[in-house]
Design a protein around this ligand. Structure first.
Ligand code: BDP
Length: 697
C-alpha cells in the first residue's frame, strides 16, 4: 500500500448493515448511450462498486433485475429521460448532476442523471463517494453543480521534467516518450481530477519556455489532451510572451505590432487544429524577469487582449497573472499588483481572467486576502492558490491547507457591503460574471504516492472539492478524504481529522506567527532565514518584511507606514489599520508593534511570540503522539511513511523556533520565558546552517 490509489481505493464496505443495503439496492448497472466519457463512467462504477460491494456488478443495456443503478443523460438514455424530471436537470448546466432514488413499474432505481456525459461522470464519482464514506443511499434526492466554471491545476513543470517548487519527484509529463506512449499514470491522474471535478490543467511552468509552442511539442500536448478528454480535463499551456521572437523569428513581441498579432493568431489556429478543445493560455508577464508587454511600453491589458483575440474564435480563454512587483519600485511590494492592475479594470477582453494569488505577497503560510478581490468589478478575477508547499515546509510537512483556502474564500472584502466575500467575487455572483475560475499550483509529481507526503494528497483533494463548492467545510472534506484514503473507523477518523484541522495553524505558529511573513531561507524558501539581508533586491530579504528593531517588530502598512491598508474597502481598512482591532493573526503584517505591547492573551508581544513558536513545536509533538497511537489501524507502509515525516517535521519545527527566537531576541533583548524549552544551539550555529548567509556582510 504505497498511496498510489489516492482516495480511490474502493475497499469493501466495512459496516455490515450498510453493505447489505448497498448490495440490495445495486443489482445491476444500466448505462445507455455511447461516448468515451460514458465508457469511463461505466468502468469506474463497475470496478468501483464491485470492489466496494465485494461482489461483481453486471452492466447491461436495459434493466433485467429489480433494483437497478442507472446512469446517463436524457438525450442518450430513454430510461434516464423517464426517471429524471427535466425541470430538475435543466438548472444543473453542463457539469451538474442529479442523484435520485425512484420507483417505476414495480422496479427500484438509483439514478445518476445529468445533461451531459461529463455530468454523468461527475455524478458517478459522487455516488461512489457516498459508498466509500458509508452514507445512506436509500432515499437520494441530491443535485449538485459547480459554483466556479474553470477549476484548474497549474503545473509549474519544466520541459526537462524538473518541477519549480515541486517536492514529489519529477514532472508527470514524459515529453521524450510522447506522443507515442501514453503512460497509465496520465489516465489515473485524469481520473483523480475528475473525481473531484477539476476540469483543466496547465501543463507547463509560468516561467515559460517557448519551445512547447513548436509543432513537435504541440503534438505531444495533443496526445495528452486526447488521453484527458474523456475525463473532462482540458489542457492549457503557458505562453511565453517573447515566443514570436524566440520561435517565430520576429524582431519584436510588441502586442500592438500587426505581425506579432498575426503570429499569435496563426499559432492559436495551429494549436486548435491539433487540439480542438484547447483551453487557452496562462501568462506570467513582466514579473520576476519574465518578458511582457511593458518591455514595449504597453500595458498588461494590451498583452492579454492580443492573446485573447488569438484564441477567441476557438472559444479559448486567457488567464493573465497579477503576480507582479517591480525591481525599481520603492513602494511596499504588497501594494504593487493593485496599483498596476486596478487602473486596467474594464480594459480586458471578455475572454480574459486576471489570476490573483490569495494574498498580496506570495503564498505565505498565512496572508490576509489580496486587496484586488472586489476592486476590479468589470474584470473576472481568478483565485490562485498554492497546493505545493513552497513556503509551508515543502515535501515533508503535514499541513492540511483546506482551512487556509477557506480563510481566503470566506474573507469579506466589503466591496459591495457586508457579505461580499472573496468566494462570491470569484464565483462571479457579486459582479455577474459568467466567466469564472480558480487555480491551484499542483503538488503532483512522479512519486509513487503522487504528492510526496501522503497527506499532501488531501490538499489536492480539498482544492478540487472547494473549487467545485466553496461552501463546503474543511472538516467535512477532511472527513471524506480520511475515510476514502485510510479507513472509516471512527477511532481513526476523529483523531486524524483533529490532527489535520490543527496542522496548518501549527505550521504558522512555528514559522511565521502573528502575521510575520517571508522570513524563510533565501530563494529556496526552506527553513528559517530571518537574518537574510543585503540582497540585490530589498523585497527578497527577510529584514524587509519583519523590520525588527530595538523598539519592536512588524511591517507598518497603516497610514503612518506604507498605507497598504488603504487598498482595502473602508471597513476592512479600518479593521486592519487599527492596532486594537486588527485580527491578531495579521498583527505584524500590518503593524510595527512594541515588544512590550500587550496582546489578547495579556502577555507582552515578545512573550507571546515565544509562546506561539513553542506551541507550534508542541502541536507537532502532539501530532506525533496521535499518529503513534493509531499504529495497526493503517497499513505499515503508509503508517511508517507518515511517522518518519512527522519526525522530520518535529526537528524542523524546533529549528524554526530556536533560530527565530534567538535572532529576534538580538533586537528585543528580553529573556525567553522560563517555562519554555530553551534553544538547543546558539544563533551562530543556526545561521551557519544557512548556505546563503555569509557572516559579516
Ligand atoms: C513564487 C515562486 C516562484 C514562482 C513565482 C510565481 O517562488 O518560483 O515563479 O512565485 O508565482 O512563489 O510566478
Amino acid at each position: 500500500e504505497d498511496g498510489y490509489r489516492l482516495w480511490q481505493r474502493y475497499e469493501q464496505v466495512q459496516d455490515a448493515a450498510r453493505l447489505q443495503a448497498y448490495r440490495q439496492a445495486l443489482n445491476e448497472l444500466v448505462v445507455q448511450g455511447n461516448s468515451p466519457t460514458l465508457t469511463v463512467a461505466q468502468q469506474e462504477l463497475q470496478t468501483g462498486l464491485s470492489s466496494l460491494l465485494g461482489q461483481p456488478l453486471a452492466a447491461v443495456k436495459s434493466p433485467t433485475k429489480q433494483n437497478i443503478l442507472v446512469a446517463g443523460t436524457p438525450s442518450g438514455s430513454a430510461l434516464v429521460k423517464e426517471l429524471a424530471t427535466a425541470a430538475r436537470l435543466k438548472p444543473l448546466g453542463e457539469e451538474g448532476y442529479l442523484l435520485l432514488t425512484t420507483a417505476k413499474d414495480g422496479k427500484q432505481y438509483t439514478v445518476i442523471a445529468a445533461n451531459t456525459d461529463i455530468g454523468v461522470l461527475y455524478g458517478s464519482f459522487h455516488f461512489l463517494r457516498l459508498l466509500q464514506t458509508q452514507q445512506d443511499i436509500g432515499k437520494l434526492s441530491l443535485a449538485s453543480s459547480p459554483k466556479i466554471k474553470h477549476r484548474v491545476l497549474n503545473h509549474w513543470d519544466n520541459l526537462d521534467r524538473t518541477v519549480e517548487r515541486g517536492y514529489s519527484g519529477f514532472s508527470l509529463w514524459d515529453w521524450h516518450r510522447l506522443p507515442g506512449y501514453i503512460d497509465q499514470r496520465y489516465l489515473d491522474y485524469a481520473r483523480a481530477n475528475a473525481s473531484v471535478g477539476i476540469n483543466g490543467t496547465v501543463l507547463t511552468n509560468v516561467n515559460a519556455n517557448a519551445l512547447v509552442l513548436t509543432q513537435d511539442y504541440l503534438k505531444k500536448v495533443a496526445a495528452l489532451a486526447d488521453a484527458f478528454r474523456p475525463y473532462g480535463l482540458k489542457v492549457y499551456l503557458t505562453a511565453r510572451f517573447s515566443a514570436p521572437i524566440e520561435i517565430g523569428g520576429l524582431k519584436t513581441a510588441d502586442p500592438l505590432d500587426p505581425q506579432v498579432q498575426a503570429w499569435w493568431k496563426q499559432k492559436a489556429d495551429e494549436i486548435y487544429t491539433l487540439i480542438p478543445d484547447f483551453g487557452g493560455f496562462l501568462v506570467k508577464a513582466n514579473s520576476e524577469g519574465q518578458p511582457g508587454p511593458q518591455n514595449y511600453g504597453r500595458t498588461h491589458a494590451d498583452g492579454a487582449n492580443m492573446l485573447a483575440d488569438a484564441v477567441a474564435p476557438h472559444k479559448g480563454i486567457v488567464m493573465w497573472r497579477a503576480f507582479v512587483y517591480s525591481e525599481d519600485e520603492p513602494d511596499d511590494r504588497a501594494k504593487q499588483a493593485y496599483n498596476e492592475f486596478k487602473p486596467l479594470d474594464g480594459q480586458f477582453r471578455d475572454n480574459v481572467l486576471v489570476q490573483v494569488k490569495n494574498g498580496a505577497i506570495d503564498f505565505q503560510p498565512r496572508e490576509p486576502f489580496h486587496p484586488l478581490f472586489g476592486a476590479m468589478p468589470k474584470t473576472p478575477l481568478m483565485l490562485e492558490l498554492q497546493i505545493t508547499q513552497e513556503y509551508l515546509g515543502q515535501g515533508t510537512t503535514l499541513a492540511y491547507l483546506s482551512p487556509m483556502y477557506k480563510e481566503t474564500l470566506a474573507s469579506d472584502t466589503y466591496a459591495k457591503g457586508k457579505g461580499t466575500t472573496v468566494a462570491k467575487v470569484v464565483d462571479g455572483s457579486v459582479d455577474k460574471h459568467r466567466l469564472t475560475g480558480i487555480a491551484g499550483v499542483a503538488n503532483i509529481g512522479t512519486d509513487r504516492n503522487w504528492t510526496g507526503h501522503q497527506f499532501g494528497q488531501a490538499n489536492w483533494y480539498s482544492f478540487g472539492r472547494l473549487a467545485w463548492d466553496h461552501a463546503l467545510s474543511p472538516e467535512a472534506i477532511a472527513d471524506e478524504w480520511i475515510k476514502m484514503t485510510f479507513t472509516g473507523e471512527q477511532e481513526f477518523v476523529a483523531p486524524v481529522k483533529n490532527m489535520m484541522m490543527n496542522s496548518h495553524e501549527a505550521v504558522v505558529n512555528y514559522m511565521t506567527p502573528l502575521g510575520l511573513h517571508h522570513i524563510m531561507g533565501w530563494s529556496h524558501h526552506y527553513g528559517p532565514g530571518p537574518w537574510i539581508k543585503d540582497k540585490h533586491r530589498a523585497d527578497w530579504t527577510s529584514v524587509y518584511y519583519h523590520r525588527a528593531d530595538e523598539k519592536g517588530i512588524g511591517f507598518d502598512r497603516t497610514a503612518s507606514g506604507s498605507n497598504a491598508v488603504n487598498q482595502y474597502f473602508p471597513p476592512v481598512a479600518k479593521e486592519f489599520g487599527s492596532l486594537k482591532r486588527c485580527p491578531e493573526k495579521y498583527l505584524l503584517w500590518f503593524h510595527h508593534v512594541d515588544w512590550d505591547h500587550q496582546v489578547n492573551s495579556g502577555r507582552t508581544l515578545w512573550n507571546e511570540l515565544c509562546y506561539r513558536y513553542s506551541s507550534g513545536v508542541d502541536s507537532v509533538r502532539q501530532m506525533q503522539k496521535t499518529w503513534d497511537s493509531l499504529e495497526g489501524m493503517v497499513d505499515r507502509e503508509r503508517f511508517s511513511h507518515v511517522k518518519q515525516f512527522l519526525a522530520i517535521q518535529e526537528q524542523e519545527a524546533a529549528w524554526w523556533r530556536d533560530a527565530c527566537l534567538l535572532y529576534f531576541q538580538t533586537f528585543s533583548k528580553r529573556p525567553i520565558p522560563q517555562d519554555l524549552e530553551k534553544p538547543a544551539h546558539t544563533l551562530d550555529y543556526y545561521m551557519s546552517l544557512d548556505p546563503q548567509f555569509v557572516p559579516g556582510i
